[in-house]
Ligand binder design. Sequence first.
Ligand code: ATP
Ligand code: MN
Length: 483
Amino acid sequence: MAFNKRVKIKTILEQNPIGQEITLMGWVRTKRSNKNVSFIALNDGSVITNYQVVADPNLIAEEILKKCTTGACLKITGNVVESQGAGQSSELNAKTIEVLGEADPEKYPLQPKKHSLEFLREIAHLRMRTNTFSAVFRVRHALAFAVHKYFNDKGFFYIHTPIITASDAEGAGETFKVTTLDISKPPRTPEGEVDFKQDFFEREANLTVSGQLEGELAAMALSEIYTFGPTFRAENSNTTRHLAEFWMIEPEMAFYDAEDNADLAEDFLKYLISYALEHCQEDLKFLQSRLEEEEKSKPADQRSEMGLLDKLRFVVDNEFVRITYTEAIDILRNSNPNKKKKFQYLIESWGADLQSEHERYLVEKHFKKPVILTDYPKEIKSFYMRQNEDGKTVAAMDILFPGIGEIIGGSQREERLDLLLKRMEELHIPIEEMWWFLDTRRFGSTPHAGFGLGFERMVQFVTGMGNIRDVIAFPRTPGNAEF
Ligand code: ATP
Ligand code: MN
């Protein structure tokens, strides 16, 4: 007989099969015992709810019951009966309990008490067994699924862009090198430089910082595509919003201008949030109460005005604010924190790069809504963004979210070969190396646009988790690559 004839707790809660004999498998969250009976709260990860198992010491041997400690894995067969207690309509009367895996209570690091998120990060291999993290990862799954559903329903094609690339498109230099050379004694050229001709790819290679450039190639054939894959940035920024390895979703569309691009981005973000609201109610309710609890330790003026669910609904129901960079600079220059010199970086003149404090002021204090900021100075944006008529700005778009800051960065792309080449020369982008990218502008060029959504920042927003390390299973940050 097959081992796995178990019923998931999610199914039991949905079907309430009173009177039936079933087999449950899962991990013990808690056990309470008195003389007559033991109550075991079992969780199998299918839902946030634990299922109550009632074990009668006349039926279940004492040495078995002794092993049903927090963290142990059990296989339990019994009858589903109406529940005596409040809160749950049924429970399982155990006939047999098999201990699949013990968990020594003296050594098991997760106890049925509140552990700090910092502590749980150190035991990331076990933290998914907590309510908080199982909820986060179920929501993360739902959002990933919704990404594919959204684009598939719209006729976009999923392109797998390379993870190893030889171009540092953003020119940021924040890349992880990929090499098979012996780094303790690499081969040298006569000039003394490392001789990458002898490396695996016969040139320098690195992990991708974005799939956009390859995405553009695909959009020039399939019209509407998206990528959804891992992205790597060796930026040494220890913030609550940066990872060295994160997942990015990058749609790229032929025949889209800047406004089409913003429309798609807004619709997409709202869809993802609606999807989570519809499919992850229980988990979001739990995460909302977790967040409320967490905020109690903050000063009153730093607590959010809305609960998590209301905040999500608010974003779905309201139009995002759309303003230009120039308008934003005016608002920021005249803002209180700027006048009172509260910003760390004061906004003095047009052209200043916006820091996260400015983005958050606009979103959280001024507009209290997501903001789509457009038309940035060309000096602070990438070479491939479409140059506006004014000669000063480009058709860039950043979407700013409350509590997060930048969640999307995108633009209409420069499709005019002469203007693109001129900009690349100004910025010293190696033109010969980019021959394949430039060919899209040589052959059948067309207006097109796209953006990148940081998936973890989206998961942060939807789950209300304050630190990006808590929405990816095994975070990679400076100094951290355990697990
Ligand atoms: P930031 O200014 O916040 O570092 P960025 O301008 O470097 O962001 P882009 O290059 O436009 O970001 O990347 C697109 C999106 O990818 C961002 O809007 C953000 O959601 C996400 N993102 C960028 N860097 C990281 C990172 N290190 N960790 C997680 N997500 C990131
Ligand atoms: Mn960055």
